[in-house]
Design a protein around this ligand. Sequence first.
Ligand SMILES: O=C(O)CCC(=O)C(=O)O
Ligand SMILES: [Fe+2]
Length: 296
Amino acid sequence: MQKIILATGESLQITNNNFAAEVTEGFQPAILARLVDGETLAIHMKNAVDPEWCQQVTERFIQHPATTTENVTPPLYSLGSHLYSCATGDEVSGYFLDVERMNGAIKSVLPEGHDPIVAFLQEACELNNAKFEYLSCNGMSVRHGSLRIWGKGVQASNDKQYYFAAPHEDYEETNANHPALHQIYGLNNLYSIILCIDAVVDREPETLVWNRRMTLEEIRNPDNKHAWSSYGYKESLIEGIDAVSIRLKKGDAAIIPAHNVHAVIGHPGFNRCSYMAFFHLVKTSPAGFSKMVFRT
Ligand SMILES: O=C(O)CCC(=O)C(=O)O
Ligand SMILES: [Fe+2]
């Protein structure tokens, strides 16, 4: 068992008796089926993209005029739109109009407009004879992921780790808030693919994924809310639960079940940039999957 005391005083007891992320060298689209079939909880793909590519994308992203601060604590800066920050039932004006604007911005940041996350996921679909769909509405669709700066503006009086993202999940409530999105409604899963495009050597944050899902009732119970983060849940809900820790270096990628509780802990003063997206899977047979729906 590993005990982590955060700068803010919370303690996280990380047990991993039965879990570890499966580690590969480079992008391995064939491995996605193992995650889907429950043979592994998370995947860490080392050296998935070239560090020089990462550098170029990071610089263009940070300088992009549309990169803005999100209205959350701990702080987060991003270029991209998010379904979770869109009001209930307000997909068209809240999310898809923004997505249309962001598709162009992200494309302009990616060299030659090539999106390595979309390419990887499409390849994984081909290998599984599965259909790939962009989440769409009224002729608008989510064609790229989202760029983020984690840890910027985080200050601490000691050198302990700090939440860059408090323990949270990205599926239940967001899905419940958007029943009109038929492509994804009721799919009961959501994975996140995260590409680390900038991190300081030896000060890379850790992504923690617990073997724990929350029900909508637990999510909506105000007693479960995190003490000081603007979102997420308190630590007692994950106490003693097995977790996987993934430490992404620049150029590494991970796939995690975002329907499980997860968090990011980092070192104050050491930012990390990522390019990430979400996807849902339709599973019609015990092995593999038949369709993937891409979104942010
Ligand atoms: O960047 C990570 O490691 C995880 C990010 C995350 O939890 C999210 O974007 O919802
Ligand atoms: Fe998340």
